[in-house]
Design a protein around this ligand. Sequence first.
Ligand SMILES: *Cc1c(COP(=O)(O)O)cnc(C)c1O
Length: 412
Amino acid sequence: MPVLPALETDVLRRQDPQAAELVLGELARQSTTLQLIAAENFTSPAVLAALGSPLANKYAEGYPGARHHGGCEIVDAAERLAIERAKALFGAEHANVQPHSGSSAVLAAYAALLRPGDTVLALGLPDGGHLTHGSPANFSGRWFDFVGYGVDAESGLIDHEQVRALARTHRPKAIVCGSIAYPRHIDHAFFREVADEVGAYLIADAAHPIGLVAGGAAPSPVPYADVVCATTHKVLRGPRGGMILCGSELAERVDRAVFPFTQGGAQMHTVAAKAVAFGEAARPEFAAYAHQVVANARVLAAYLAAEGLAVTTGGTDTHLITMDPAPLGIEGRTARGRLAAAGMVLDCCALPHSGARGLRLGTAAVTTQGMREEEMARIAVLLGKVLRGELDAARARDDVRALTAAFPPYPS
Ligand SMILES: *Cc1c(COP(=O)(O)O)cnc(C)c1O
């Protein structure tokens, strides 16, 4: 099924050619360049169909069976479907599928468990923490007292001894594990043990790996964390949005923290699209996809190292790779710009224990397109040539166009 049914494209084109051009232009951009941003993916035409549905019109404050609006019978069923599928997929006692984003999920988790001024232990931002893990520019840094743990300067791995020592010293009310850039599995059992020792809640911010968890390609935080926050649009391949999983005893607090404390009406088209995505993620094909995402990332990391890039932690367990391009004589921001000109879209990231910027990339989107180990090798070689200045942007762009043409994200 094509991503934009001809009829809908026609409606938009006739009424608003300017907007239609933007929509189709973005589709063309996504289809003809390489989407290597670690947090991005191609959601399915079925998910897009739910997103572009009349459920977008419905006001539904509250929860199924207890809404502040009439006419909610059908959206109630849609939300129940999403909740039941999320609970089954992740083995969780309770799921809240209303958070508008990953950040909203984290905000609600803090609202459920903490009071302003409480101390929270989380991965420091320079070492891979998210904005919601205590950035001064974010509500988290303003309203809570964050203490940051870090990664070891040599290995790039989370410094477990430091986590334990900081927890004993600061006695945080909550410990957050989860990162925007950490390429390795997180030892949830370790964090649970430390949280128990100091009487802290454990919040797992699994925004990145939750899709791998769904496909059985990464360990689940659900048995260990009091609350698991997640996004639905990263490796999980659903609509842009958030989700919270927890045990029955925290269910009511979490639900009240989402609505009415931090959000208003739920976005029912997105909730329905989450149900569709959870349905897809429960299939064997998705498990195969998740494992291929990791296999591709491992191979890509090895080829990138062979090209001379300094790959953080020496590789990856997940979909995510971070690396320093300095050995190729180029700095992170310049590297990102040069790659973008060549049609290779990725992000910069902080490099722990260094003032310099690195590069962060992932394999979720290219794997959805059907690319495998062979294509990862091609991508790494191309990336190396562009960064070393051996191939100009226009020539590299042609190679990217040829590669992506063979793997259309939305075949028509
Ligand atoms: C992506 C991410 C978020 C935020 O998700 P948004 O939907 O962009 O708000 C939060 N925490 C972590 C660890 C993330 O990777």
